[in-house]
Design a protein around this ligand. Structure first.
Ligand SMILES: *[C@@H]1O[C@H](CO)[C@@H](O)[C@H](O)[C@H]1NC(C)=O
Length: 251
């Protein structure tokens, strides 16, 4: 059987693209599984199901431009509001993001941000202007890349909700950054996932937003333009983008 070179290349590119995909079809809170956004079904269901995880388009796996409006909450966020629902979590509790898959070798950090939704609620708010975000957690290289740890750990990541954050509605921006192609500018792959939550039993901390998406990242940030193939010592010096975790958070 004969294949044209272009058909083989197209097939290889398709396989590569599918392998690059990762999204969050479920979250878990208190041991309860809650639907996230299933890119294979939810965008094609009529009426569209209400989801606490912002929509991601099925045909695109990642965001590559730090200046894109899609860096906020992934591709399709602005077009496919998930609905006026939130998942309730106690301050001091955990929201577990359950990814459908993640390839070992798509090295990178895992970073969690949060933004207080306006009084009108989370579902109609894009969170893509101004600086509403703060960083609440990050995992970086510690002999293994957090992305590999996630891939070996049932594709799950625990997002810790600070116990002193004020109660109310928030948007979580949970993100993996894949650095396997990041040694050239524009080669990093961003996989942001936004989750609409209501925090109950919170404290008195009303965070002052510090970061904007887009805005917080630059193409040449040393945490974004980074070669992960120079060995353990170089990887241990890696600093994720977006600055330090917001000070004053209690866990
Ligand atoms: C988790 O537990 C907290 C505290 O008991 C409760 O307020 C919240 O509704 C629970 N969330 C879910 C999704 O079960």
């Amino acid at each position: 059987m004969l294949f044209s070179a272009s058909a083989i290349l197209a097939a290889a590119a398709f396989v590569g693209e599918v392998a690059a995909h990762g999204y969050v079809p479920f979250i878990r809170i208190n041991g309860t599984t809650i639907p996230g956004w299933d890119v294979t079904k939810d965008g094609y269901t009529n009426p569209q199901p209400l989801r606490v995880v912002r929509a991601t388009k099925a045909d695109s796996g990642f965001v590559s431009s730090v200046n894109s409006g899609e860096i906020t909450c992934s591709i399709g966020n602005s077009k496919l509001p998930p609905g006026p629902i939130t998942a309730t979590v106690a301050a001091g509790g955990t929201v577990t993001a359950v990814w459908n898959t993640w390839p070992v070798g798509h090295y990178g950090p895992i970073i969690d941000y949060i933004a207080k939704c306006p009084a009108s609620g989370c579902s109609s708010w894009k969170a893509d202007t101004g600086k509403p975000w703060i960083k609440i957690g990050q995992k970086t290289y510690n002999g293994e890349w957090p992305s590999d740890t996630l891939a070996k750990n049932g594709f799950t990541h625990d997002i810790k909700i600070p116990r002193n954050l004020a109660s109310g509605d928030y948007l979580i921006r949970h993100e993996q950054i894949a650095l396997h192609g990041a040694s050239s500018a524009g080669g990093a792959q961003f996989y942001p996932v936004c989750i609409q939550i209501t925090i109950v039993g919170g404290g008195s901390l009303v965070p002052q937003g510090q970061l904007g998406f887009p805005g917080a990242y630059t193409t040449n940030d040393p945490g974004i333009l980074f070669n992960p193939y120079r060995g353990d010592a170089a990887n241990r010096a890696y600093v994720p983008p977006g600055g330090p975790v917001y000070s004053g958070l209690q866990f």
